[in-house]
Design a protein around this ligand. Structure first.
Ligand code: SF4
Length: 218
């Protein structure tokens, strides 16, 4: 939590709002050839210590050792289906040169998030699936809801060392998470306190929610 989190926690306590330290998937101890977090705060640019969790550290080395081949700059156009079994048996994809290629597969894993996954399912029309894959309901690609977010920035008299430690992680509260009829809308929101940017970023471009650089002194 460091000083920033402790200061915010004090304010939350005064308001009577419950809070927890944010969970964060960074290592607190050296592990498996990766260094523990050194609180340098450059998580958005990449973690030189290897402390920050990510597929590049946690899964990819294992997969690469197991012989998985990554075809970069390739984009799947369609999931192919075995007409007899109705099971996915490969993909058509455009390779780095834009050439259409076919890749057969025992298993197809689709993990393309809220836009890419429906794109792929809706591109995969066949005799067995005239409404496209996994779309008997007709709802694939509809009712998409993003992750709305708004932020408030605070400036303190005392140095908060807001740039130290994993980004976006300090304390959080779900005090206003539930629906409250007096607010006039259903459901609620979580409060999540993040950190600031690094001093150099702040100096040149500003911090979170403060889109002006700090004034330069002597
Ligand atoms: S603060 Fe972020 S970038 Fe720095 S070591 Fe920790 S996880 Fe990595």
């Amino acid at each position: 939590m460091r000083k920033l989190g402790q200061t915010l926690a004090k304010g939350f306590n005064e308001k009577g709002w419950h809070w927890w330290p944010s969970d964060v998937s960074s290592l607190s101890q050296d592990h498996d050839g990766r260094q523990k977090c050194v609180n340098a705060g450059t998580c958005d640019l990449g973690c030189a210590a290897g402390a920050k969790g990510g597929t590049n550290f946690t899964y990819w080395p294992i997969l690469e050792n197991a012989g998985v081949e990554l075809r970069t700059n390739s984009r799947v156009a369609e999931i192919l289906v075995d007409a007899n079994t109705g099971l996915a048996n490969g993909v058509l994809y455009f390779d780095a040169k834009g050439q259409l290629q076919e890749q057969s597969a025992e298993m197809v894993v689709v993990a393309c998030n809220g836009v890419g996954t429906p794109r792929l399912l809706l591109n995969s029309k066949s005799k067995a699936f005239p409404d496209c894959l996994a779309n008997r309901s007709g709802l694939v690609g509809k009712n998409l809801m993003f992750h709305p977010l708004t932020g408030v920035a605070g400036v303190f008299e005392e140095p908060m060392k807001g740039h130290e430690g994993p980004m976006a992680c300090s304390i959080l509260s779900q005090k206003f998470y539930e629906s409250d009829p007096s607010r006039g809308f259903v459901r609620g929101y979580g409060l999540h306190s993040g950190r600031s940017t690094t001093p150099m970023t702040f100096a040149f471009w500003g911090g979170y929610g403060i889109d002006k650089p700090i004034p330069w002194g002597n």
